[in-house]
Design a protein around this ligand. Structure first.
Ligand code: SAH
Length: 388
């Protein structure tokens, strides 16, 4: 499928054609990853963040947020809960928090790997190659880093770099692959200024990057961010945010504002239907990837967003294990689904939803078939070079 075909599907409105897309994606999912839905227990270990991303409520200048960093013992309690619940993976996610030092994270990963059989996924933002290497050596299996949009200009507008360092997530994705991580990435759907051609290019890039995990979810405005304010969404201006420093986020607000003055017909909507299309197309271009039905999707359709994601290409759910007191503070966007359910309630609710779809709960780590295929190619190459 080339970019123009991907774009046509993203703009498709005919119900019968869309039913055909869902059928094809579901068949590809069944053929390549089967009926098992793997559960990854998510622990949001810190909401401290040094970045100024225009879309995210954790951004450093947002002073309305009560900041926290979980202690290693608190995280281990969540990890043991993941084991008790039969989850195969624990995902540790955070803002970009230098307080999560290289050594501390490495020690935590070592502790989890020595005490459990869980796969460990990290999602700690843009970190140095040597840190990523140290964590891999400590036993981390996977890393999630969404590239958010492949449109370079739009990316730079919504994701200002740290002072003095370029932000190149593509380079980091290559580093992660070279270090032997299972690599996950993805995008937000409907970022203001994102066109259908952009989103088609994003999906084509999933294939080029040969991703092991692909996460896509609707962009949801957070009132205490510049992007939402550009959209005219009222926040807590004056109370919440520090003024932006020069050369950081403040400089480009004007250009994003002008996008809102003239939203084009080519603007991707941040809606449910477009998210399902992106999930289905991601499955068709990367049949062997693990694709979650995301919390952002469940947030815009609480009744059955997760189920529809699973029926249209997804095979992963990430139940939240973060203690409730912290979970409220991990507000990347407002009114996240499952904000008040305990880990136990989340687990029962998800198990019921999965069973109702006629799907099963995955056992074990749920590695991506892509990874297995790459390992087989490497082994064959090794054998070839030995034979030769
Ligand atoms: N600091 C880490 C983890 C960020 S949260 C990192 O930057 O990789 C994980 C994902 O949430 C982000 O990659 C982004 O795609 C998504 N996200 C952030 N703000 C969002 C918003 N307002 N609406 C929808 N998704 C959002």
């Amino acid at each position: 499928m080339d970019c123009s075909e991907l774009k046509r599907w993203l703009q498709e409105t005919d119900a019968a054609r869309l039913a055909e897309l869902w059928r094809r994606a579901d068949a590809a999912r069944r053929a390549s990853v089967g009926d098992a839905v793997h559960l990854r227990g998510l622990v949001e270990i810190s909401n401290n963040c040094v970045r100024h991303c225009h879309y995210c409520g954790l951004r450093a200048p947002n002073r309305r947020l009560t900041r926290y960093r979980m202690a290693a013992d608190e995280i281990m309690t969540c990890v043991r809960q993941a084991v008790r619940f039969g989850y195969g993976t624990v995902v540790l996610q955070s803002g970009e928090d230098p307080g999560l030092t290289t050594g501390w994270v490495a020690e935590l990963v070592r502790r989890i790997k020595s005490q459990t059989d869980l796969a460990v996924t990290l999602s700690l933002g843009e970190r140095e190659a040597d840190e990523l290497g140290a964590w891999r050596e400590a036993g981390a299996d996977r890393y999630l880093l969404r590239f958010e949009t492949s449109n370079r200009l739009l990316y730079e507008q919504i994701h200002p770099p740290r002072a003095g360092c370029a932000s190149d997530r593509m380079v980091l994705l290559r580093v992660l692959r070279e270090l032997g991580y299972e690599v996950g990435s993805g995008v937000m759907i409907g970022i203001p200024g994102q066109t259908f051609a952009d989103l088609a290019a994003d999906i084509a890039l999933f294939r080029t990057l040969d991703l092991d995990m692909i996460g896509v979810g609707p962009y949801l405005p957070h009132p205490d961010t510049p992007l939402a304010r550009d959209q005219g969404i009222k926040g807590s201006k004056g109370r919440g945010e520090q003024p932006e420093g020069p050369g950081l986020a403040g400089a480009d607000v004007g250009s994003s504002l002008s996008r809102f003055a003239n939203p084009s017909a080519d603007q991707v909507p941040s809606d449910e239907l477009t998210t399902y299309k992106a999930i289905a197309l991601a499955r068709l271009v990367c049949p062997g990837a693990n694709i979650p039905s995301t919390t952002a999707l469940a947030t815009i359709n609480r009744a059955n967003g997760r189920e529809l994601g699973l029926a249209r290409g997804a095979n992963i759910i990430m139940p939240n294990l973060t203690p409730l007191g912290y979970r409220r503070c991990y507000e990347i966007y407002p009114a996240k689904a499952c904000l008040y359910e305990t880990a136990e309630q989340c687990r029962h609710c998800l198990e019921r939803r999965i069973a109702a779809l006629g799907r099963t709960i995955g056992r074990g780590r749920g590695d991506s078939p892509n990874l297995r295929a790459r390992a087989a190619v490497c082994a064959a190459k090794g054998a070839g070079s030995r034979d030769g």
